[in-house]
Design a protein around this ligand. Structure first.
Ligand SMILES: [Zn+2]
Length: 167
C-alpha cells in the first residue's frame, strides 16, 4: 500500500533521487543498477535519514511505518521483504522508468563513464578484453564494468519484476 501523500498520477521526474534506510541495502544496490541516485549508509539514524532527504530533495525509502509518516520529507513505505517485490513496489508505486539501467556504480552510487578498450587493457582479465567491446568505469571507486553473465542475470531478474507487475 502506498501512503496517500505518495499517490500521484504524474510520473516522478526522471531525476528522482532516493535515500534508503539501513534495512534496504539490496534494494539500494538495485536502484543504483537501474540508474537511480540512491544514498545508502546503514550508519545513518532516522534523524540523519530525514535530514538528508530534506536537504537533498531525496525520497526516503523505508520499511519503518512510523518513519514513513514523519512530516518534513517525502517518504515511500516499502512493505515487502523480498527483493523482487520491493523493486516492484518502488518501480510501480513511483512510476519509475528503467531507461538508465547500468549507468551508475552499484557500489558507490557514482555515474559511470565509458572507457575505450585500450584503456582497460591492464584492468580486466585477458578473456574479458578479448570478448567484450563495451566497458564502463566508476570515476570514484575505479571499478571497471562490462556486460557479462552478471548483467544477463540481472536482466532476467528485472524481466521477472516487470512481468509479475502485469506491465
Ligand atoms: Zn564506484
Amino acid at each position: 500500500m502506498i501512503p496517500d501523500y505518495c499517490k500521484t498520477d504524474k510520473p516522478v521526474n526522471e531525476a528522482v533521487r532516493f535515500v534508503a534506510d539501513g534495512m534496504l541495502g539490496r534494494l539500494s544496490k538495485w536502484l543504483r543498477i537501474l540508474g537511480f541516485d540512491t544514498a545508502y549508509d546503514p550508519a545513518l539514524d532516522d534523524h540523519a535519514l530525514l535530514r538528508l532527504a530534506r536537504a537533498e530533495g531525496r525520497v526516503l525509502l523505508t520499511c519503518d511505518r512510523e518513519l514513513a509518516h514523519r512530516r518534513g520529507a517525502r517518504s515511500f513505505l516499502v512493505e515487502s521483504t523480498d527483493l523482487a517485490s520491493q523493486l516492484r513496489e518502488v518501480i510501480n508505486g513511483l512510476h519509475l522508468g528503467l531507461d538508465a539501467a547500468f549507468s551508475r556504480c552499484p557500489v558507490c552510487n557514482t555515474p559511470l563513464a565509458t572507457l575505450e578498450r585500450a584503456a582497460v587493457r591492464d584492468r580486466v582479465p585477458p578473456h574479458v578484453l578479448e570478448t567484450h567491446t563495451e566497458f564502463r568505469h566508476c570515476p570514484h571507486c575505479n571499478r571497471v564494468y562490462w556486460p557479462g553473465t552478471h548483467r544477463a542475470r540481472m536482466l532476467e531478474t528485472l524481466a521477472k519484476v516487470q512481468v509479475e507487475s502485469g506491465k
